[in-house]
Design a protein around this ligand. Structure first.
Ligand code: PLP
Length: 403
């Protein structure tokens, strides 16, 4: 078998199963690949001839039969240098990973391509997720493409365009009076009572494994030399968990050597339980009161495994940082003026970068990757702009002399 499940607590090895997540001892089961088998076909050289999707890393994704791959062309997104910011901040290298270029305009495409492919392999036909928007839209798209029925549950204040998109993709769409974990409680009941396959964060194996491909891509795009720092807008944290296991697997394969990147989680002030944990005892405590941040992918007061996120941030020598809405809005404009359309979450990584440079936590010799996890337009709800409307060049000339 190319992959099995391993319990990190008692060390037991069990066969992979779609719903096998918890060991009989209570520990979490993680996918373990047999690297001897993987190595037979997975080489740096072999990668140069493969598809420009995340399925180029198929040996390290938990699917038996390639015929079950449900792909809309996700992954292999560009990694672009931000030269203006490098000069302005005197930082050696700053790249932005353009995850907004995925098929559903956010990096959620990766997790759901993997999760829906796995679901297909196991003959599932009804899937459900709780989400702040992008997970719901990705679930809806991939489920519809695979011919499955989908149910999505979003907090009622989520960006309206994201909700509309779920409907267009054909999901049974419901707004919830509460936060993402309240929506998760509904999905959990439906799992038992309706037989929905629950694709919530860390509820099955596909999403983390799909997000793992972001780590492989950064490594491959930087010619197998990992950056010093990765700044990631964190909510449920599957991207942190996924990328970290990607780096460990690449180390095992001997594809990368030396220090792994310092992982930085950015959260918005008003919902920053990770920052709180790192600033206090290191023990993760869900945030239960005063949740005042905006409804974005970072607003996850009670992630499924907060302690795991804290331990990865520590292990990597990383940190967590909070930025406020004002700083996010300014960062969105800064990135826009550098040619990058960013979501609030993506912009938060730039706002975090500015702070960490100012604090001296990021030094001039560092090489930094920012994750632009979605694009600006998905979060807009404007009906008009204040721009003047013109018909001819003369109209324009008249305006220009007035300005
Ligand atoms: C879901 C989401 C996040 C948070 O990602 P996690 O891996 O769940 O922490 C960040 N940005 C966007 C745009 C998202 O949709």
């Amino acid at each position: 078998m190319r992959f099995t499940l391993l319990c990190k607590v008692c060390g037991k090895n069990v066969p992979f199963g779609l719903k096998t997540k918890i060991c009989s001892c209570g520990g979490n089961l993680n996918i373990e690949y047999d690297m001897e088998i993987v190595k037979q076909t997975f080489t740096k050289e072999s990668l140069t001839h493969r598809d420009s999707t995340m399925w180029r890393y198929a040996e390290l994704l938990p699917l038996e039969n390639k015929a079950n791959i449900v792909s809309l062309g996700e992954g292999w997104t560009p990694l672009i240098p931000l030269r203006k910011a490098e000069a302005m901040l005197s930082i050696n290298k700053i790249w932005v990973k353009r995850e907004e270029q995925n098929p559903t305009n956010s990096f959620k495409s990766r997790g759901f391509s993997a999760a829906i492919s796995l679901a297909k392999e196991y003959g599932v036909n009804q899937v459900a997720v709780n989400s702040n928007g992008n997970a719901a839209s990705a679930l809806a798209a991939y489920a519809s493409y695979a011919g499955m029925k989908s149910y999505v549950f979003l907090p009622k204040d989520c960006p309206s365009l994201l909700v509309k998109e779920c409907l267009e993709y054909g999901a049974h769409t419901f707004l919830v009076d509460g936060f993402i974990h309240d929506a998760g409680a509904i999905v959990k009941e439906g799992e038992t009572l309706q037989g929905w396959h629950n694709i919530g964060t860390l509820k099955e194996h596909g999403r983390v494994e799909g997000k793992k491909t972001m780590g492989f891509e950064i490594a491959e795009q930087l010619n197998w030399k990992l950056p010093d720092v990765i700044i990631y807008p964190t909510g449920g944290g599957s991207g942190i968990v996924g990328m970290w296991s990607a780096f460990l697997e690449l180390q095992q394969l001997g594809f990368v050597t030396g220090d792994l990147p310092r992982m930085v989680s950015v959260q918005e002030k008003g919902c920053h339980p990770l920052v709180h944990a790192l600033e206090s005892t290191g023990r993760f405590i869900p945030q239960t009161a005063n949740i005042t941040s905006t409804p974005t992918g970072m607003r996850v007061p009670n992630p499924p495994d907060g302690q795991l996120l804290v331990s990865i941030l520590y292990q990597s020598g990383g940190t967590a940082i909070a930025v406020d809405k004002e700083e996010i809005t300014q960062a969105q404009v800064s990135l826009g003026h550098q040619g990058i359309s960013s979501s609030p979450e993506g912009a938060a990584t730039f706002a975090g970068l500015l702070k960490l440079v100012e604090q001296g936590w990021i030094s001039p010799k560092d090489e930094v990757v920012l994750f632009n996890t979605s694009c600006s337009m998905k979060y807009m709800s404007i009906t008009h702009t204040d721009l003047p409307i013109i018909k001819t060049f003369e109209d324009w000339a008249k305006l220009s002399t007035n300005q």
